[in-house]
Design a protein around this ligand. Sequence first.
Ligand code: UDP
Length: 253
Amino acid sequence: MARRKKIYEGKAKILYEGPEPGTLVQYFKDDATAFNAEKRDVIEGKGVLNNRLSEFFMTGLNNIGVPTHFIKRINMREQLVRAVEIIPLEIVVRNVAAGSISKRLGIAEGTPLPRPIVEYYFKDDALGDPMVTEEHIIAFGWAGQQDLDDIVALALRVNDFLSGIMMGVGIKLVDFKIEVGRIWEGDFMRLVVADEISPDSCRLWDVNTGAHLDKDVFRRDLGDLADAYTEVARRLGVLPTNAPQSGKPTLIN
Ligand code: UDP
């Protein structure tokens, strides 16, 4: 195959030029990072699992009318997506206190929140993704008021969808992060869910045991990350038919 042009390389994914204008190929790496990349490791099979899981969630969202950048999965590690203009924000939705909100506001982890809370962080690794308000976002022109209204609506629909799917397999959706991008169709602009939705960007707790089935397993050294992600994939019926051979049991669909 002809050598593809790399458009961007992030911590967990690489974007290549796609086969048609307006498309990109999103490649999922096995690299895991936390604490703004101060902690890093390679977790064999993570990219394969996240590619499958993100496909599963994005397809479901597309099917219920929540637009995403996802077009189709190409192979074990790659998916075809629409090229979008990424809004430089991480949009976090929380249902239960954990992580940074627990630290910042002194709320015990596991405390249910009175309603889903939407937060914004400015995507800037050098600054450590600082939390920002609507005031900053509008004043600095990262998005307008109408965009923000649409982003909140999108984020809450994603929350309802993911919470329901997860609860159906005995997993509580504690919080998650999405990114949103703009797609231009002539003069008309649409906001779509972009990047990925996977256990790298969600907090997922087993309803019965409280076990962490997300990246906190890596952040907090709680066990084997690939095992946790495999458990999520198994419960959702999203098992790689051609998982990489390793010392671990191979998952067969
Ligand atoms: N998150 C993410 N990328 C980031 C920061 C957070 O995907 O750069 C996700 C994280 O996995 C969690 C949610 O956003 O599901 C809220 O994270 P939090 O603000 O609690 O930060 P953390 O405790 O992970 O530093």
